[in-house]
Design a protein around this ligand. Sequence first.
Ligand code: G1P
Length: 271
Amino acid sequence: MKALIPAAGLGTRFLPATKAQPKEMLLVVDRPAIQYVVEEGLASAADEVVIINSRQKKAIEDHFSPDPELVALLRSRGKDAYADEVERVGAMNVSYVYQEEALGLGHAVRCAAEKTAGEPFYVLLGDVLVPGNAMLPRMQEISDAHGGASVIAVMPVPKEDVGRFGVIAGAAVADDVWKVDSLVEKPDPAVAPSNLAVFGRYLLSPRVMELLADVEPGVGGEIQLTDALDAVLEEEEMYALVVDPADGFDTGTVESWLETNNVLMQRRREQ
Ligand code: G1P
């Protein structure tokens, strides 16, 4: 099973910091943001992480490649703890596919179709960090309990913010689980079906990958993953895990990225 991380975006909201450096490589406490996401993927049922990259963002690939010269240099200087970390990150099971054109999240995911080989797969959005790594195993549990259904993470957000997210309609079937009836991408807050926003962690059935091939451009002229999820509901069940705001961090804006650094640094000090 694969965990897909779309990473081909331009990082517009972080310019000029992202002019010569991918947004995914910006530091969060002590490592690039994307390293948290890769580690989370590898801590789940996934055996490999597939980064959907753009050709311009080679720094991401360099980060996850072995660097024996650097390791040897560090060891010769007695800096073994750093050498161990460099070795560890270079040995992570990461591969790459390329999104040649920025046509939307759904299009990015579809670029990895061959990698998923007709199996269920995770999608992990790099804008969201889940440092405890507990969310994917819980989503897998819910899927297993419902015959392999797709499961997405959702988080309650203030009603006025729903227009920035995918939003679900449905009903609670347990304390923290909803059965999803429909989804809408970036709805007008006045008509949004709930305040539960899609939070950037997905465990999806292979049928979603098939349907993505036929999804037409939607909101913003982009091929939306949310539209494929809404389409699969005609054929399959889907569940949503309602996550606790303390378990996941949005790093999609400069402000939320700084706030995430502060909170995680504080947690580190308290350890
Ligand atoms: C994407 C998804 C949206 C989801 C959001 C979570 O939107 O399309 O459904 O709620 O990520 O971060 P984007 O942030 O790329 O506009």
